[in-house]
Design a protein around this ligand. Sequence first.
Ligand code: UN1
Length: 484
Amino acid sequence: MVRMAAATFESLNPSTGEVIETFPRSTAADVDRAVAIARAAWEEWRLVPAPERGNILFRFAQLLEQRKPELSDLMTREMGKVKAEAGGDVQEAIDMSYYMGGEGRRLFGHTTPSELRDKFMMSVRMPVGVVGAITPWNFPIAIPAWKLTPALVCGNTVVLKPAEDTPLLAQRFVELLYEAGLPEGVVQIVHGFGEEAGDALVRHPDVPVITFTGSRETGVLVTKNAADELKHVHLELGGKNGIIVMDDADVDLAVEGILWSAFGTAGQRCTAASRVIVHRAVYEELQRKLVAGAEKMRIGAPWEDDTQIGPVINETAVEKIHSYTEIGKSEGAKLLTGGERVEGHGFYYRPTVFADVDAQMRIAQEEIFGPTTALIPVDSFEEAVYAANSVKYGLSSSIFTRDVNKAFKAMRDLQTGITYINAGTTGAEVHLPFGGMKQTGNGHREAGQAALDVFTEWKSVYVDYSGKLQRAQIDNVEQPVSDT
Ligand code: UN1
């Protein structure tokens, strides 16, 4: 573990503002040391049989299961997620660790016949080297698992730079990996800030893979700064996810889905429903029920059993969310409820609903990352799909309808990496690809089999056992007869 930096920073409890723990602020020199250790460890780790690497992940999953109560409790304090959701976050890491542990006995490649006699062909996945993983605070256990477990089972070593808001959870995560039997040096952690430790990792010549989850703006910087070394860059960026509610929808079910997707995790999911595109035939009814539901949600300390909405991550987040309330008002949208911080300790913001929003307004275009959602009225299915697609992001989408034809058209036409039918925009499971189209990413996916592509290089192997030189594309093809 790299703990050599002189400067420090504090991790705060977002409900109270109290200091949880002080962490070293890693520098470029710390990153250098961490990479050197991970690079040296790679020489041996890449040779450990993949099923053995998978067994370590199974033990890690078991340890996460045992420690789920204490990790969830710590998450309510360091990140502010409410209890049930904190449990879900840890569970997602457990699921992913079991899933990727199983990959140790798969990691399938292909075999295929050769065009030549007595020749064998196959493709295999090879580890790439040291992976630089930069993770966000909003899923402080799940997302490190999404990135580290596939990286490790594929035979890579890792330098992890967790978000500066949740360093203690990341530290615990890495400790548990070692407790599970990970050999020394295979995972290194550096702490601190993107401009310092993060950037040093992104530019480091001995880190051929960068996996980053965070904002679109930082994703662009990561891409540029990794370009000189032509790294593999995997990006999981923002969303402006829309729920479509059609005139034939079960409105009560839709309202439940919206409340959960828009205000769960205080709206701080990249999959959060920050837009609701509503057919005018149900617009009044939906507004009424949604506002009633939002105003009933219990705001409070996240570690208390009945709290539904906890704090947002820090003061900067409260200010950003509130600035969008002001933007929405100035754009002429109608504030139905919320729109203010909760007075007292901590970083709390009320669930906020804007109505009469035009799809082009800034509150309908830009990622707010807080408990704010925008209702956009439409007159038809076609208009709804057009509005849903009118953003630069493409992570998640959903439609509430009882019409199977509309459901299938939506599955085809919504330009997002994830589409839900009759459910909100959140709740992805670990064994399907997770990620977005358009500017939510750069074409890669986490989770499921797709994640393996980020952390491996394909190698194609040809074995000729004919005992003679055989030239593909030539010796087995009849040559044209020349006239001369
Ligand atoms: C994120 O917000 O970065 O589908 C991830 C979901 C969760 C993961 C969200 N399983 O909402």
